[in-house]
Write a protein that binds this ligand. Structure first.
Ligand code: AMP
Ligand code: GLY
Length: 436
């Protein structure tokens, strides 16, 4: 079949590579894609929010499946746009309805959903500009640090974690009265701080059945030792060594199953990925229990770059079964090896950064996978930087330390003016495993 993948990041390059491997894929188009995705299919110059343009391209090119990478078109209702259009309704869309996408599009909706279905998460309350004094009173019942979340999509920037009560009150006012995150902070969720280790669990569901994909951990801060500004993600590891059978049993029974059942009970159509951001919190006996920090309605970036290379099954077959509601008929084979992904970023990122620097050293990469994110090929064929996160290297190995080392060595060989990467991706997990 002909397939259209929407998005342009490292996540989409990793997805494109897996889709292109499928025996069911005749031709893959990526809109808009990047300089790397051209190795997997044809890039199409369409914006992911341009539903009319996408719909026309799908009809004109006899596309049978659309795989949605980022959240914005999902929250804006791309799945519903297809279902409600007689010429598009037969097209398989891998991504939830707008109603399902509220799990990511509204923190308040997600928290209410978790409460309704007894899914473990931090205690919380939601406030608007009319209820600021109640918000301040609620903050005074909590211990620092204080967690404030803009209700709506804020490009990953809408969560504030603050040490002082006064600062938390000031930010609450800034979010609600000062529109700090525009419309996204018209409502603010204040929640209890959870102390623990974060990890991500990914689920592919047809709304009834599900497959749990490999776990991953991403590294969000720009600086080594998890310091400095938040980024889109500086690397990832899959699987997460501490997420053992007992822990994953709790994740499946206490979180994944009630989430899918909850969607079903509430009549919310959902065919796509659920990315569950978890905090593993140790109880008084040191046993780790999972709590949901957030839902996303797509795969993570850069988690996909370490999760997707580990999927051995035909991903298009899984997507097709997802669309038909027959995911239970499929098996999911996973590569037992560990994957380590190191992201290389532009000088200055996540602040303002330069674009257009020539990239060298890619030809020397051997035994590692390379996924492009912010890259562009100039007319003269030169590959140049074109974003903050530029490209990433993933290595698979039966030894996690070896996977990390190989990715770092490969990253070291890739050069452009001011390129930066973190050298400590996965080191925290290695320390946990050897019990330090
Ligand atoms: P989110 O955008 O919801 O992923 O939140 C951004 C980051 O804030 C998360 O990855 C966590 O590191 C942190 N965070 C969110 N909620 C909490 C919480 N309740 N307790 C501790 N950390 C949190
Ligand atoms: N890596 C986190 C995200 O994709 O939201």
């Amino acid at each position: 079949m002909n397939i259209l993948l929407l998005g342009s990041g490292g996540r989409e390059h990793a997805m494109a590579a897996k889709i292109a491997e499928s025996k069911l894929c005749e031709h893959l188009f990526i809109a808009p894609g990047n300089a790397g995705t051209t190795a997997c299919g044809t890039n199409v110059n369409l914006k992911v929010e341009d539903f009319n343009g996408i719909g026309k391209f799908v009809v004109d090119n006899n596309i049978q499946m659309v795989v949605v990478g980022p959240e914005v078109p999902l929250v804006a209702g791309i799945a519903d746009y297809f279902i409600n259009n007689p010429r598009l309704k037969e097209v398989a869309v891998i991504g939830p309805s707008a109603q399902g996408a509220l799990l990511e599009g509204s923190k308040d909706f997600a928290k209410q959903f978790m409460k309704r279905h007894n899914i473990p998460t931090a205690e919380y309350k939601t406030f608007t500009s009319d209820t600021i004094p109640l918000g301040v009173a609620y903050l005074s019942t909590l211990k620092p640090p204080y967690v404030l979340k803009a209700d709506g999509l804020a490009a990953g920037k809408g969560v504030l974690i603050l040490d002082s009560f006064d600062q938390a009150c000031a930010e609450l006012d800034e979010m609600l009265n000062g529109a700090k995150f525009g419309n996204a902070s018209k409502s603010v969720v204040i929640e209890q701080y959870l102390s623990g280790v974060e990890l991500s669990v990914f689920v592919l569901t047809d709304g009834k059945h599900y497959k749990i994909l490999p776990t991953a951990k991403d590294y969000k801060r720009i600086g080594e030792g998890d310091t400095g500004l938040n980024t889109g993600g500086m690397g990832s590891i899959s699987p997460v060594p501490f997420a053992d059978k007992a822990f994953m049993h709790k994740v499946e029974h206490d979180i994944v199953m009630p989430t899918i059942k909850g969607l079903q009970k509430e009549g919310i159509p959902y065919k796509g990925f659920i990315f569950i951001g978890l905090m593993a919190v140790a109880d008084s006996e040191g046993i780790l229990n999972p709590y949901v920090i957030e839902y996303n309605v797509r795969m993570g970036d850069p988690e996909t770059e370490s999760v997707f290379p580990r999927i051995k099954s035909d991903i298009v077959q899984l997507f097709d079964a997802t669309w038909r509601g027959e995911l239970n008929m499929e098996s999911l084979d996973i590569d037992e090896r560990s994957a380590a992904c190191v992201m290389l970023v532009a000088d200055g990122y996540p602040g303002s950064y330069r674009k257009g620097d020539a990239i060298t050293g890619l030809d020397a990469i051997e035994g590692s996978l390379l996924f492009h994110a912010g890259t562009r090929r100039k007319d003269d064929g030169t590959l140049v930087t074109n974003g903050g996160r530029v490209l990433c290297v993933t290595t698979l190995s039966s030894s996690l330390p070896n996977a990390i080392l190989k990715s770092l060595q490969a990253a070291d060989n890739i050069k452009w003016r001011g390129r930066y990467f973190r050298h400590d991706i996965g080191q925290d997990l290695l320390k946990m495993v050897i019990g330090q």
